[in-house]
Design a protein. Structure first.
Ligand SMILES: [Zn+2]
Length: 325
């Protein structure tokens, strides 16, 4: 029952956005048309008076009206074009929001840990696991917003079910929602359990945001309990990490900041937790982590963006290789 309601709400939101987009198109086209008619009428009136006095004068006025009308059309044309373009852009944005993370083909069905970028620019991806969680997830979202940073959130299905309102909030902030199973199991599982751990969370993310995800992080980083193999077969990306904050063990902001900064690399993936337990030390550490990594020249990107950057780098290298051989 709940399922249907959520999906219907999602559909309704999409329809409302569509109506809004077409609304702006209609206003763009018909408002200037109305202005144009009004203008034409006001020009027409004095010509009718003139006609009663002097017919030859009226003929001159008529050709003047045609000229005015033409001028008006010329003026309106760019306005209409602008409105049409705006409506098109609104629709494209909607489409992108629904299918926003296309992963480069070379990473389908692989495990990624450290993308080892070699370019001049330094990129790093912050990832947050085990949420969404009361208070801490929203505080982390606030810090990210203040710093204009996009991150990747690997959510646990049963936690998301408790706080469904946080899913659109994460996505609307420009962040990426990804799959971290339903119950966070680390032990070996049968096929059915594996399917439901991955499937239920993916379904809930779709119901709440209208988006599908092919990014998966195995709980505890365990790669041999059936989960990683299952998602790899489905061409998902298994996202591990290269800079562990160890925030589940160290409870001081200073210590976890040092852990991240010490382990940061170009193309690295930082592991932090916004949920699954008390995470106020993570909230406290985040501004320091951002500040110190920024000082070292790092730019913050989402995991799909990091994969995209690596893909471009590899494409370039491959092209150079075939060019020289
Ligand atoms: Zn976890």
């Amino acid at each position: 029952m709940q399922k249907t309601t959520k999906f219907t709400r999602q559909k309704r939101q999409f329809l409302a956005a569509l109506v809004a987009a077409s609304g702006s198109f209609i206003v763009g086209v018909f408002l200037p048309m109305d202005m144009w008619t009004g203008r034409a009428k006001s020009v027409n009136k004095p010509s009718e008076v003139n006609a009663a006095i002097n017919t030859s004068n009226a003929a001159v006025e008529t050709s003047q009206i045609d000229k005015n009308v033409l001028q008006e059309i010329v003026k309106i044309k760019p306005a209409v074009a602008t409105k049409v373009k705006a409506s098109e852009n609104a629709l494209t944005t909607l489409e992108l929001k629904r299918f926003n993370f296309a992963i480069p083909r070379r990473f389908h069905g692989t495990v990624v840990k450290d993308l080892k970028l070699t370019g001049k620019d330094k990129y790093i991806a912050l990832t947050f696991d085990d949420g969404p969680w009361p208070k801490t997830t929203e505080m982390i979202l606030d810090t990210l917003k203040e710093n204009d940073i996009k991150a990747t959130f690997f959510v646990v299905g049963q936690h998301l079910k408790e706080r469904p309102e946080l899913a659109p909030k994460i996505v609307d902030g420009g962040h990426v929602l990804a799959n971290h199973t339903w119950n966070h199991p680390t032990y070996k599982m049968g096929k059915e359990r594996v399917e439901s751990e991955v499937g239920r969370t993916a379904e809930l993310i779709y119901e709440l945001t209208g988006m599908t995800t092919t990014l998966f992080r195995p709980p505890g980083g365990v790669l041999n309990n059936g989960l990683a193999d299952f998602v790899k077969n489905r061409k998902h990306v298994v996202v591990m990490w290269s800079a562990d904050s160890v925030d589940w063990h160290y409870m001081s902001a200073k210590e976890i900041t040092n852990n991240v900064v010490r382990r940061a690399t170009n193309g690295g993936i930082v592991l932090l937790h916004d949920g699954g337990g008390p995470r106020m030390h993570v909230v406290k550490a985040l501004p320091q982590i951002i500040e110190r990594l920024r000082k070292q020249g790092y730019k913050f990107v989402t995991v799909p963006e990091l994969l995209e950057i690596k893909d471009r780098e590899l494409n370039k290298q491959e092209k150079q290789k075939t060019g020289t051989s």
